[in-house]
Design a protein around this ligand. Structure first.
Ligand SMILES: Nc1ncnc2c1ncn2[C@@H]1O[C@H](COP(=O)(O)OP(=O)(O)O)[C@@H](O)[C@H]1O
Ligand SMILES: [Mg+2]
Length: 270
């Protein structure tokens, strides 16, 4: 099968800290590719680079045949992103948000409407479409956020922890919807902490830790690698490969970095 994403030695450094360290992998056209790892492993940084939001320090990638650095505009035409944070205006209704973001992507109002109608209905959000997004629950916002990412009908959909903090019903709805979008031909790259989600959705899974890919295979094959547990679950696989240590490093790094940063301007005041 054709590779729609080819990543070669991709690296991102923040100062002296290497967040993504020489990562290489390929995603096949039409597959659901799970990208897993403990907190701070480098998943979001990788996704931000592959969606042109962050420049790699070194390495290269081809997305749908286009060079990530040299052909950013072409790359952007092929991708949709559900990022870590929900990207919607609270003061606008769902419809107004979708029209706004659709037009930013040069879509005609009628096309935006037709696609919104279809997906809002599918996600049970039709009756809420004229309410301000600020009045929604997180699960309702995330459903609109997913529709926003799909408006251009992207060939490649990136989802960074799309079900984080959602109730089981909404998580299931979004998972089923991702599978349907994939069945219509879209390639999906998904990060998640939910091992069940990773296992049920993904054709193949890459596990990243401390910025490096430590394994990449089908969930079935990965389970066969765990020898000391009979009938291992996919969670057993993940914990065997990444260890049991709880990772609080990422948030403590960010806190101390932002403290240093916030200290600076004050020091400059005379
Ligand atoms: N803009 C930034 N500046 C400095 N460090 C960052 C920045 N973004 C991410 N990091 C660090 O890079 C590492 C990887 O972060 P991230 O890719 O968000 O991890 P993940 O999504 O796997 O939890 C973390 O240690 C994080 O603190
Ligand atoms: Mg992340």
């Amino acid at each position: 099968m054709e590779d729609i994403i080819e990543v070669e030695n991709l690296t991102k450094k923040f100062g002296h800290f290497t967040a993504v360290d020489n990562v290489s992998f390929k995603v096949k056209k039409g597959e659901i590719f799970g990208f897993l790892g403990p907190n701070g492993a480098g998943k979001s940084t990788t996704i931000r680079m592959l969606t042109t939001l962050l420049r790699p320090t070194s390495g290269r990638a081809r997305i749908a045949g286009y060079d990530l650095e040299a052909q950013q505009d072409q790359v952007r035409r092929y991708i949709g992103l559900v990022a870590e944070k929900i990207i919607l205006y609270d003061r606008l209704t769902a419809d107004e948000n979708l029209q706004f973001f659709g037009r930013l992507n040069n879509l005609k109002p009628a096309v935006i409407k037709e696609r919104s109608d279809r997906w809002l209905r599918r996600l049970g959000m039709e009756e809420w479409r004229n309410h301000q997004v600020g009045t929604y629950s997180t699960g309702m916002k995330q459903r609109i956020n997913v529709v926003r990412a799909l408006l251009t009908e992207p060939d490649i959909l990136f989802l960074d922890e799309p079900t984080l903090g959602l109730d089981p019903q909404t998580s299931r709805l979004i998972r089923d919807f991702i599978a349907e979008v994939n069945e219509t031909g879209a390639t999906v790259i998904l990060t998640t902490h939910d091992m069940h989600e990773a296992e049920t959705l993904s054709d193949r899974v890459a596990i990243i830790d401390c910025g490096k890919i430590i394994t990449l295979d089908t969930t079935e094959n990965l389970k066969k690698m765990v020898k000391n547990i009979s009938n291992p679950t996919f969670e057993d696989v993940f914990l065997t490969l990444t260890g049991n240590t709880v990772r609080d490093i990422a948030s403590s790094r960010i806190t101390s970095a932002s403290r240093r940063w916030h200290g600076r301007p004050t020091n400059r005041v005379r």
